[in-house]
Design a binder for this molecule. Structure first.
Ligand SMILES: Nc1ncnc2c1ncn2[C@@H]1O[C@H](COP(=O)(O)OP(=O)(O)OP(=O)(O)O)[C@@H](O)[C@H]1O
Ligand SMILES: [Mg+2]
Length: 478
């Protein structure tokens, strides 16, 4: 066999069939179940039957052999310049030869699955590839090599895809982090990174990960959900969208609050679409996820300290610098710590219309969280002063939530209206009203105004957003 990608002198000789190939230490992934039909394999399907399991184990053994053979035969440096088609061809030809030598006959579907997995293994992130390519998956969560969970439509399910062992998983983690110039090992056991496709990646390896490496990946959505998508998905009502447009366009300072994975970043991104195209916007994030549509956008990404503990550029550093860069608006992806002070000051001092997200369960909690963050930042400020700073800075808290049935909704829009004594006064203008449970645990409910007229109605009017009075009227259940 002649091949440009084959190492000089790499054996064309037959590999000896191994008695127990499964015992060979290798980096080959466990394959997805061989599909019985030629329908595309949906990554992360549920538990296989015994027969399928046996078949998969057999396939895995074959793949171990094939992968060894590929690594032996392929000239990896020449591969860098090979086109995808050439490489796939090469894999097919080496695999055909090896299978022949092993005396193994596979059906067409099994061969196709095998070849694409081998390709992923050689060029990409192995078992993660099909999960990364599957657009219906939003999150990939890995607890050790054999437990991979995926989130689709707000629901977590266990995937049948596994890594061969912890060593295999570690090799893939290493491939990911070394590509972005980071390192992860026993002495430096956790890392945050961004994949080439923009996905957010976090890993923690043993001994900190007790049962194996822990990995979480928030997939990057190429087409971020816009306001109309979110309205169509039932995340909020058209009336709420109208209100939010007025709020953002008239430069209210907005905080999107919610739990993990509740849709905060998505909501923030969608809200940003109401900012006029001629405004200068600066965004600050730990991992750049926002995709603003405006022209005049400066994006910053903070940087953790390196292995020697040097070179950190915190969100607070970015924010302080941003204030010198003449922004009209500042958007901080998530306020989590000491940057809160600068964020509130920015909101108070001419950068109104700024936005951020925080991790909290409701508007009141959100305010407490801001107070805690201020206290933790080491600034000695009396509670009342803290609160008056918050109430002067923040106009609106938009609460998003992932409900038990997996749906993500804007459960409340609350305005901060000032101070009453030592207490920050607020009023809820819109909310999601739950009325019961439907078949399959589906939550039944509807969006409604609370009947309170917006504190900012006059401001909206002056800016040319004269919202119809009836959007503040409560909606009765159908
Ligand atoms: N209303 C919605 N309907 C359907 N999917 C949504 C909705 N809102 C967000 N999503 C999807 O949910 C996933 C999580 O959303 P997002 O990243 O906005 O959450 P988050 O609260 O910022 O998470 P984290 O706490 O991890 O930062 C994304 O894949 C996003 O596309
Ligand atoms: Mg987020």
């Amino acid at each position: 066999m002649f091949s440009r990608y084959k190492k000089d002198g790499a054996s064309d000789a037959k590999p000896k069939p191994t008695a127990a190939p499964a015992a060979v230490e290798t980096t080959t992934q466990a394959p997805a179940a061989a599909p019985k039909t030629s329908a595309p394999v949906q990554a992360g399907r549920v538990a296989p039957t015994d027969k399928e399991q046996k078949r998969r184990e057999r396939l895995m053994e074959i793949k171990v052999e094939l992968h060894k053979e590929l690594l032996n035969s392929l000239n990896l440096s020449a591969l860098e310049h090979a086109s995808e088609t050439e490489l796939r061809q090469e894999i097919i030809s080496i695999s055909a030869e090896t299978l022949d030598n092993l005396g193994v006959v596979l059906n067409k579907d099994e061969r196709t699955t095998l070849h694409s997995e081998l390709y992923d293994e050689v060029t990409g992130l192995g078992p993660l590839e099909p999960l990364l390519k599957d657009d219906s998956i939003a999150d990939i969560l890995i607890n050790g090599p054999k437990n991979i969970f995926v989130e689709r439509n707000g629901k977590l399910t266990k995937s049948e895809i596994t890594f061969r062992n912890e060593k295999h998983l570690l090799r893939i983690i290493d491939k990911i982090v070394s590509a972005v110039g980071r390192r992860v090992d026993e002495s430096n056991p956790y890392v945050d990174a961004r994949l080439a496709d923009g996905s957010r990646f976090n890993a923690m390896v043993p001994p900190i990960g007790v049962d194996g490496s822990l990995v979480s990946i928030r997939k990057f959505k190429k087409d971020k959900l816009g306001i109309s998508d979110l309205v169509n998905f039932g995340a909020f009502s058209p009336e709420m969208a109208l209100y939010l447009e007025a709020a953002v366009a008239t430069r209210l300072n907005v905080i999107v609050s919610g739990g993990t994975g509740s849709g905060k970043t998505t909501t923030l991104n969608a809200l940003s679409s109401f900012i006029a195209n001629d405004e200068r916007i600066l965004t600050i994030e730990d991992t750049a996820e926002l995709q603003l549509q405006q022209e005049h956008v400066g994006r910053m990404e903070s940087r953790p300290a390196n292995v020697e503990g040097k070179g950190e550029v915190s969100q607070r550093d970015c924010l302080r610098n941003a204030l010198r860069m003449r922004p009209d608006r500042i958007i901080v992806g998530e306020t989590r710590g000491e940057e809160v002070i600068d964020m509130l000051q920015a909101m108070n001092t001419g950068h109104d219309g700024s936005m951020t997200t925080i991790h909290a369960n409701n508007a009141r909690d959100g305010v407490s969280r801001l107070e805690n963050m201020i206290a933790m930042s080491g600034i000695d400020m009396p509670l009342r002063a803290m609160r008056s700073q918050i109430s002067a800075a923040v106009n609106l808290i938009v609460q998003v939530s992932r409900l038990q049935d997996g749906s993500r909704r804007m459960v409340s829009i609350t305005e901060i209206t000032g101070m009453e004594g030592d207490i920050i006064s607020m009023q809820e203008v819109f909310r999601y009203q739950r009325v019961g449970l439907g078949p399959g645990g589906k939550i039944i409910g509807h969006f409604t105004a609370t009947g309170v007229r917006s504190h900012y109605a006059e401001r909206f009017k002056q800016w040319g957003y004269d919202l119809p009075a009836n959007i503040y009227e409560p909606v009765a259940a159908e």
